[in-house]
Design a protein around this ligand. Sequence first.
Ligand SMILES: C[S@@+](CC[C@H](N)C(=O)[O-])C[C@H]1O[C@@H](n2cnc3c(N)ncnc32)[C@H](O)[C@@H]1O
Length: 219
Amino acid sequence: MKKHRDTPFVQITDQDVEQYALEMTSAESEQIKELVALSDQELEFIDMLSGNLVGQMLKMLIKLSGAKRVLEIGTFTGYSALMMAEALPGEGQVITIEMNLRYQELAEKHFERFDAEDKIRLLKGNARELMDELEGEFDLVFLDADKISYPLYFEKSIAKLKSGGMLIVDNVLWNGTVLHPDDEKAAALNQFNKMVADDLRVEQVLLPVRDGLSLIRKK
Ligand SMILES: C[S@@+](CC[C@H](N)C(=O)[O-])C[C@H]1O[C@@H](n2cnc3c(N)ncnc32)[C@H](O)[C@@H]1O
């Protein structure tokens, strides 16, 4: 897989342990494998894609919670949206928001190729604005977009979630830099994590899985 960085991420989990965990986790479906291969051909870098540990966690949480209406903020080429769609019951739906024109085009093509258009609705535009236009409650929100805006997305997601609904947030450890933030993104993520920890409307667990995954339940 082509990556942005030559130097590896600071490994939050030991690399061999992470590899072992991946090997012992349910494998990606054939269509997901194909989506990854296509994305790798189509783009120069695909390391924004959340990967199988996060993907299987999303699937597991959807199945365990019985979630039917899911919102995703940050589609990229459609990996996590398709993963979640695979776990949803027949009447379930993922609404996913993407603002980058190239990624919109690729995700749309992938959803068509894998006959997922009835289960996945792609909203094109800025999630900071589009989220306000969404009607009805969601059972689950997966947040995986611009890190600077995580505190804003938190408020908007809590407003959209039903009581007992779940917000799942990726990259909350940002390569471990949230411990000593020295750039804007690390500072925003650290602020976000503290905001969640202090918020009595939710209960949460921050898991050191891959780049940090928070599971936040609205009371
Ligand atoms: C980390 S990637 C998402 C990866 C995807 N969830 C997956 O697992 O394959 C983040 C995506 O969010 C998009 N994005 C960033 N800011 C956004 C915004 N304000 N509104 C909509 N999309 C945004 C980026 O263009 C990028 O495609």
